[in-house]
Design a protein around this ligand. Structure first.
Ligand code: G4P
Length: 317
């Protein structure tokens, strides 16, 4: 699939992060708990160097709890990294975040050495919701104050704890094709950038193999899970559309409408608690994506295209 998007003010955000990072003690990356690795910005490590990192698996209420445990263990095993699960139902998320940041940078704290934290995440991951809860009654500081750019927002979580917010950012090139689909399914990518039907088919393909009973139950398919798992993706999308009355006349199914129904049910959690990737799966997809990318680059160089850059974002083949 070619997902095409212009990643908005990516360049300005990159610049703002680059300038701020030298004064930062911990980088919090908000991930979507349903697609942790696909929602992780591959440019972030390059931008933030070796700063300690807190991975927050957000919207955990929508994710498969067993898989969230696997992802937390995966991240917690990485050096200088901690991971916690979070969702908007938690009314006092500050306590968990502050605790985790202190564990990552134990030498910071107190008025002389306040903790300085940067928070990043893709669009729609729930960052504004979290920041609003964190900011509470306190007014978040924006670009009007000297030393804080228009792209930044500073929240004082405690007298000795500053949180710098950055705009939601996607990156221009997605090497793992499956990540493009998962990001689109989650709602992180603007809908003009992809084909609904293609994304819904890809989503159904994964869900039927790992969570077939939820498809039967949610869409009242009157089929047992094994039958659903064996169906072709197109056949499944049609069955869902038919069951939900998404018809075009003469008995034909409106596949566009059916695709929207499927994606909506995934996004709002009515399909059930689903996670679209495991650490092992993602590692395999990444290896494959990197190999394809290397082959693509080699072909491009052979054609003499070395050094040229595509104007639009190309998210996987
Ligand atoms: P962003 O700043 O990262 O772009 O995300 P934002 O907070 O605007 O949240 C995006 C959507 O995700 C919102 O829904 C928000 O309510 C929802 N959301 C945020 N945190 C959580 C969470 O922990 N769990 C669940 N289930 N949803 C969460 P929306 O439909 O776009 O808007 P609205 O209906 O809330 O107005």
């Amino acid at each position: 699939m070619a997902i095409q998007w212009f990643p908005g003010h990516m360049h300005l955000t990159r610049k703002a992060i680059g300038e701020r990072i030298k004064d930062i003690d911990v980088v919090i990356e908000l991930l979507d708990a349903r697609l942790p690795a696909s929602s992780a910005n591959p440019m972030l490590a390059e931008l933030t160097g070796h700063k300690p990192g807190l991975k927050v698996l957000n919207k955990q209420d929508l994710a498969d709890p067993g898989r969230t445990v696997q992802w937390l263990a995966h991240y917690n095993a990485l050096p200088d990294t901690r991971a916690i699960g979070l969702d908007a139902s938690q009314t006092t998320p500050a306590r968990q975040l502050v605790e985790a940041c202190h564990a990552l940078a134990p030498n910071r704290g107190g008025m002389a050495k306040p903790m300085r934290v940067l928070i990043c995440g893709i669009p729609n991951v729930g960052k504004s919701t979290l920041i609003n809860t964190l900011a509470g009654g306190r007014k978040a500081k924006t670009g009007d104050e000297a030393g804080i750019t228009k792209l930044e927002q500073r929240i004082t979580l405690a007298d000795d704890f500053y949180l710098w917010d950055t705009p939601g950012m996607l990156w221009p090139r997605i090497i793992v094709a499956k990540s493009g689909y998962n990001l689109a399914a989650s709602g992180a990518v603007g809908r003009n950038a992809f084909d609904d039907e293609e994304v819904a088919l890809e989503l159904l393909d994964y869900v039927k193999r790992h969570y077939a009973p939820v498809l039967s139950a949610r869409f009242k398919l009157d089929l047992d899970a094994a039958t659903v798992a064996d169906m072709q993706d197109e056949e499944l999308l049609e069955a869902i559309g038919r069951k939900r009355g998404a018809l075009l006349g003469k008995g034909r199914v409106n596949l566009q409408k059916a695709a929207e129904i499927v994606m909506h049910a995934f996004r709002d959690g009515s399909l059930g608690r689903i996670t679209l990737e495991t650490p092992e799966e993602f590692a395999a997809w990444l290896a494959e994506g990197e190999q394809l990318d290397a082959e693509r680059r080699a072909k491009k160089e052979a054609r003499g295209g070395k050094g040229r850059r595509a104007p639009a974002a190309d998210a996987g083949a």
